[in-house]
Design a protein around this ligand. Sequence first.
Ligand SMILES: NC(=O)c1ccc[n+]([C@@H]2O[C@H](COP(=O)([O-])OP(=O)(O)OC[C@H]3O[C@@H](n4cnc5c(N)ncnc54)[C@H](OP(=O)(O)O)[C@@H]3O)[C@@H](O)[C@H]2O)c1
Length: 249
Amino acid sequence: MDAEFSKLQGKTAIVTGASSGIGLATARLLAKNGVRVGLVSRSKVVLEELSGTLPGSRALPADMTKIPQVKKMVASAQKEFGRIEILVNNAGQGYDAPVEKTNISTFRYIYDLNVIGPLAAMQAVIPVMRALGGGSIVNISSGTALMHLPGMSPYSSSKRALAGISLAARQELEADHIVVSVVYPYITLTNFEKNTIHALPVPEGTREPGGRYQPDPAEFVAQKIVAGIVSGEAEIFSHDWMKEPRSGA
Ligand SMILES: NC(=O)c1ccc[n+]([C@@H]2O[C@H](COP(=O)([O-])OP(=O)(O)OC[C@H]3O[C@@H](n4cnc5c(N)ncnc54)[C@H](OP(=O)(O)O)[C@@H]3O)[C@@H](O)[C@H]2O)c1
């Protein structure tokens, strides 16, 4: 138990993308601090094994691109836990393509996963949280949402859309005491790059993070996310320098 997170003890959360990377680290950190976690991804077996290691957690397999599955997942969480106080919309995937080469079907899929799925999950939990007198929704965007990067517009624009939805919802839901926050992770050591769809071959070495900044461990981002749930800050950045206006990498 971490003293800074003690007020989370006994609460319930849904974490999407809990089978890997940032979502897995977040689910572990929440469970360590006494939160009962609904573990969401497509990988049923992985989630069931994970739930055996995280006391009070439940595997709630769902494909976040399928709205009926998203609704069913939230209903199952409500049935299992009797309440949902926290939603971490973390499941996501990259798609890199120049505008001219962007495949419309793939673009739609990425928007279904990175934007529409989180929107549907928010819509499903809002009435539950309102009835409880409040809650926390944390949506995982990306540092790329703060930039316009050639060859990355499908992904970065989806994350910019998610940030826009989050900050509008924050104001819309203020009176209901539902606090909506958006997190902008920097490059993080997960399976994200391996899972990113690339329209064009990636030249050797170009994906190596270099310069001043080293990639962050998933646990570092999980700390930011859980601290954000506690603080209720509107926008949470992996690093302060990300707050500076930036146009390129
Ligand atoms: N890593 C980075 O550098 C970085 C930087 C900025 C932002 N982010 C964002 O951080 C979030 C987490 O990514 P990560 O880095 O942890 O990547 P990751 O290791 O690839 O994890 C992605 C997670 O999303 C789940 N997922 C993918 N498609 C899904 C679907 N259709 N339905 C339900 N779950 C699905 C995956 O689970 P299954 O495959 O089991 O379904 C997995 O748990 C993403 O939103 C990503 O955009 C990452």
